[in-house]
Design a protein around this ligand. Structure first.
Ligand SMILES: Nc1ncnc2c1ncn2[C@@H]1O[C@H](COP(=O)(O)OP(=O)(O)OP(=O)(O)O)[C@@H](O)[C@H]1O
Ligand SMILES: [Zn+2]
Length: 689
């Protein structure tokens, strides 16, 4: 794309380009695109002046990088992603308003000409809609205005024109606002990644990645940049990029797309495209789906609104045929139900999604938000969701007579280092706290719901559940029988560690229930949830103990991740609307299968990618709030629907009876529309700030 440098200093660039004032140009996209660059401190677009200013640090080299980035600007910046609804700006509204005033002030001869000119876009819009799409609202509006113009009732024509423009402006600006906000909040969650540096795995900032770096992807991780697989074998979930849940098999030679998440296995891949480009493409897609997918309720009311148009039109024509009264006819045309019906649902949904976002609840789309209001069963994951994500290492028990506590912790923490399962994090933290060193590690593999396998100093180390070591790996675990009993009694989660096929010790981790969990469950029940269920990969003792503490009557244990998905599907078959709340990579199937998948802030990338609602704080309390607020939103939309139909019908009757003039009809009608829009918008909670 072509730029012209207007002005530059050592830390600021001002550029001009034509596309900046193109109406299709997506300002926020460009701001995010440049803003994601390391040296850029601020970006400002002035669309009116077709100009762009960029503040940066890093002198000449940074400037060159910025100019290069601008030259290779992706096409999304001229986004057809947002339907280019006729953009109405404040200027149109002022012009419309001024015309109403001028009707009184101007010499009589000028008024007709100016009114025709001012209303022409609306009339023309009506004609072209009629030709292209048939009988739609625009046609009704245009007919009402044209009839008034023909009757030389310029005040009415201009007033209708003004009110319609105002309504449109309000809609456009709310849309833009919610769009921008969602985009800001959905920045990608990864900032660090593992790379292979001369045979060693080291953790680096995603920002510092360069083309050619060897990136190591482990199970559950989000791939930060695009590239090609060099070694390894994995299943990747690309739903964030493609919008569809189809796992892709990655093997040497396969393309890795930034934003895919590894569900199984691990790979090493070479970075090909890094920096702003890859991540932004992903965000763009995400937003597109979030914003374009309408809620079912919204669709219903839109369909109804469309059906009502021919009805109003027929009524108007009928009135004219019977009475030959143009004024009454114009009055009827002024009432169209569709404005309020069509606008109120999407604006209410977005306004409330905006409000939810400011409360720390990100909702992926209107559909999920509406589903949440209908949930009958909440299914919770245990570890990290009902219990605190952070566990405390309470005891290390060496069992082979040779290894010290420190050695066991060091091996376990090394094996767990790449993962963010709560158990892994507890071990890493404890090792750091005690100053126990991590060892060089050449291979690590995560076996979901079982544990990890790793080669450390040439020896094979396994850390995981008893089932994993004993049943799957055939390791003798009998020495654990005695110490295990005591540890379970005092509420511990136990990890088993083996070296070269021999059990060397136990690691006991203390799990604490989240302080807000009990109240959260009670609140959900009070708000109308029929069933609360806890699902866990952990064993029976641990599951039942926690279920009892929290007052959950249905507890299911030793569930493999796939089984979690199957269980949720069976609940759905029974007719329940299911919300699943989880945090780990092992919860992804549950999150996908549920009607609403809810993920906590600290959740793994895979969980975050697959959830439809993200809680931004590591806290369950917003959950009942979101449940009741989504219900409130839906009932608000229903009320708006009845208000709009009721009030408009009343006006229609008055207009039919000839009790009110087209002007009054239009004022009433448009005030109703604006009133209902305002009512919907109030859900965003803006006025409280
Ligand atoms: N990173 C890990 N390191 C060691 N063992 C693990 C690891 N991840 C899972 N395990 C073992 O597998 C068991 C089941 O794991 P999974 O992640 O499915 O469930 P969970 O974390 O115990 O509970 P929940 O399903 O409630 O999140 C764990 O209890 C643990 O014994
Ligand atoms: Zn198994």
């Amino acid at each position: 794309m072509v730029f012209q440098i207007v002005h530059e200093t050592r830390s600021r660039l001002r550029l001009r380009a034509h596309f900046l004032c193109d109406p299709a140009f997506d300002e926020t996209y460009l701001e995010d695109y440049l803003g994601a660059m390391e040296d850029v401190t601020a970006v400002r677009v002035n669309a009116m002046a077709c100009s762009l200013s960029v503040h940066f640090t890093g002198g000449e080299p940074a400037k060159i990088r910025i100019l290069q980035a601008l030259e290779s600007l992706p096409m999304e910046v001229l986004g057809e992603e947002i339907e280019p609804a006729q953009q109405t700006d404040m200027g149109d509204v002022y012009r419309g308003g001024a015309m109403v005033l001028l009707t009184f002030l101007l010499p009589h001869r000028l008024v007709p000409v100016l009114s025709w000119i001012s209303c022409f876009p609306l009339v023309w819009g009506g004609i072209s809609t009629l030709v292209k799409q048939g009988l739609k609202v625009e046609v009704l509006d245009a007919t009402a205005v044209t009839l008034s113009l023909l009757r030389r009732d310029y005040l009415t024509a201009n007033a209708i024109n003004f009110l319609l423009t105002l309504g449109e402006y309000l809609q456009d600006s709310t849309e833009r606002k919610s769009h921008r906000l969602l985009r800001q909040l959905l920045k990608p969650p990864v900032d660090k990644t593992w790379i292979n540096l001369d045979g060693q795995e080291v953790e680096v900032e995603v920002k510092s990645l360069r083309v050619g770096d060897l990136i190591i992807g482990h199970t559950g991780e989000l791939m930060p940049v695009d590239g090609t697989v060099v070694s390894g074998d994995a299943l990747a979930n690309q739903s964030a990029i493609t919008g569809e849940y189809v796992p892709v098999h990655l093997q040497p030679g396969s393309q890795v797309l930034a934003g895919s998440v590894l569900e199984e296995g691990h790979i090493t891949y070479q970075a090909e495209r890094v920096g702003a480009e890859t991540t932004m493409a992903r965000i763009g897609k995400f937003i597109t789906t979030a914003i374009q997918r309408p809620a079912p309720y919204q669709r219903e009311s839109e369909a109804l609104a469309d059906q009502l148009v021919p009805l109003t039109f027929g009524l108007g024509t009928g009135v004219f045929a019977l009475t030959r009264n143009v004024q009454k006819t114009a009055g009827v045309f002024c009432v169209d139900y569709s404005c309020a019906l069509k606008l109120s649902a999407p604006i209410a949904l977005r306004a409330s999604m905006y409000r939810a976002a400011t409360e720390g609840i990100l909702v992926r789309d209107g559909r999920s938000w509406e589903k949440l209001s209908k949930v009958t069963t909440f299914v919770f994951d245990k570890t990290g969701t009902l219990t605190e994500r952070s566990l405390q290492l309470s005891e290390i028990i060496p069992l082979d007579g040779a290894s010290s506590e420190e050695r066991i912790l060091s091996l376990a923490a090394t094996a767990e280092a790449p993962y963010n399962h709560p158990l892994s994090q507890a071990l890493s933290q404890e090792a750091a706290r005690r100053g126990v060193p991590l060892l060089p590690r050449s291979l690590a593999e995560y076996i979901v719901a079982h544990g990890v396998s790793s080669i450390i100093a040439g020896k094979k180390i396994l850390v995981g559940s008893r089932h994993f070591l004993e049943d799957d790996e055939g390791i003798n675990c009998l020495p654990a029988d005695v110490p295990e009993q005591e540890l379970y009694k005092s509420g511990n989660n136990i990890l088993y560690i083996a070296e070269e096929g021999k059990l060397i010790g136990l690691l006991a981790l203390n799990e604490t229930v989240r302080p807000e969990a009990k109240d959260t469950i009670k609140n959900l029940k009070d708000l109308g949830a029929r069933r609360i269920i806890m699902l866990t990969g952990d064993n029976r003792q641990a599951a039942q103990a926690i279920g009892q503490k929290l007052g959950i009557d249905e507890v299911k244990w030793e569930f493999l991740p796939e089984e979690k998905g199957g269980f949720i599907n069976s609940l759905k078959k029974e007719g329940e609307t299911v919300a699943f709340i989880g945090d780990g990579a092992n919860d992804a199937p549950g999150l996908i299968c549920a009607d609403v998948g809810i993920c906590l802030r600290e959740g793994s990338s895979l969980a975050r990618e697959t959830a439809s609602v993200l809680l931004q704080k590591d806290d369950l309390r917003p959950l009942p709030w979101a449940y009741s607020f989504s219900k409130q939103t839906i009932s608000y939309t229903r009320e708006n629907f009845y208000l709009a139909t009721g009030l408009n019908s009343a006006i229609l009757v008055l207009a039919l009876l000839g009790r009110i003039s087209p002007l009054v009809t239009s004022i009433f009608h448009n005030s109703i529309t604006v009133g209902i829009l305002m009512r919907s918008l109030s859900l965003s909670g803006e006025e409280k700030k």
